[in-house]
Design a protein around this ligand. Structure first.
Ligand SMILES: O=C(O)c1cc(=O)[nH]c(=O)n1[C@@H]1O[C@H](COP(=O)(O)O)[C@@H](O)[C@H]1O
Length: 290
């Protein structure tokens, strides 16, 4: 994005770091991230057509119903992109609506590319002057962790965060993530070490802004999951992950977990009260996590 602010203006307007804002949000609203994933099947279940009008109705109704009651909303960009520019325009409204209601927005775009292209992605999702500007974005480190440097620097400049794919919830992930790096560590272990380094300056009782994605459904791991930043745990709910699984997978790092659920919550709609009840039930279940 073009530089529309002076350095001193930027310093005045930069929000607190994402980790600090996430910690405050989960303390007041609970630590559930709800995914806004407008699947064709969910649109049909809500009595909507699988077209841009249906997408708009679904995504905005869900966001309006859920954003005041959730610490984090995670719109899945793919379901908007499949409708082209009109779908992306709906995504822009979802981001704005969620943030106005006080929810943090984690854009689920899973981007990652060579550094110079990563810079453009970082500006698209994290620069406040972008229409898609979010509080954090999911990123893929599989072009090498260093290729994410533009995301790290842009996040730091704007008080935003990153959630880096480490041990994903899908069954195909281990082929890459459990592979052994040249120095004998696992690939996932290398990524987790990089995240720990990025969060190194954070106080003991604070939360860093650079987190990992670790599925609620993965096998227990010998890796040290305590990166001193958030651990996004998708796979909770529709993919079968339970509170017991979160305890089993994360052990002492469970305090850092941000469980994420999309279809299980969204299936309760379109009634806004039913959507809120689904969130309340999940919050109650998560209370057992401590
Ligand atoms: O980054 C993610 O959010 C993600 C990572 C992962 O390992 N597994 C995973 O399911 N996700 C996303 O989390 C959401 C899961 O949706 P549900 O299975 O409906 O709760 C989808 O948007 C996935 O793209």
């Amino acid at each position: 994005m073009t530089d529309r602010t002076t350095d001193s203006e930027a310093a005045r307007t930069t929000p607190a770091p994402f980790g600090a804002r996430l910690k405050a949000a989960t303390a007041s609203r609970g630590r559930l991230c709800v995914g806004i994933d407008p699947h064709a099947a969910l649109l049909r279940a809500w009595g909507l057509d699988d077209d841009v009008a249906g997408l708009e109705r679904f995504a905005l109704s869900a966001t309006e119903a859920l954003a005041p009651y959730c610490s984090v909303l995670k719109p899945q960009s793919a379901f908007f992109e499949r409708f082209g520019s009109r779908g992306v325009a709906v995504l822009e409204r979802v981001v704005a609506t969620a943030r106005e209601a006080g929810a943090l927005v984690l854009m689920d775009a899973k981007r990652g590319d060579i550094g110079s292209t990563s810079q453009a992605y970082a500006e698209a999702y994290l620069d406040p002057s972008s229409p898609l500007a979010s509080d954090a974005v999911t990123v893929s480190p599989y072009l090498g962790f260093g290729s994410l440097t533009p995301f790290v620097e842009t996040a730091r400049a704007h008080g935003a965060g990153l959630l880096v794919l480490a041990l994903t919830s899908n069954p195909e992930g281990p082929e890459v993530q459990h592979a052994t790096a040249p120095d004998g560590r696992s690939v996932a272990g290398v990524l987790l070490d990089h995240l720990r380094a990025l969060n190194a300056g954070v106080d003991d009782d604070a939360l860093g802004s650079f987190g990992a994605v670790v599925g609620a459904t993965v096998d227990p791991t010998a890796e040290d999951l305590d990166v001193r930043g958030p651990l996004l745990a998708p796979g909770f709910g529709a993919q079968g992950g339970t509170v017991a699984d979160l305890r089993r997978v994360f052990g002492p790092a469970a305090r850092l977990v941000l469980p994420s659920s999309s279809r299980e919550v969204l299936a309760a709609g379109p009634d806004p009260v039913a959507l809120r009840d689904a969130v309340a039930r999940t919050h109650d279940a998560l209370a057992a996590l401590g």
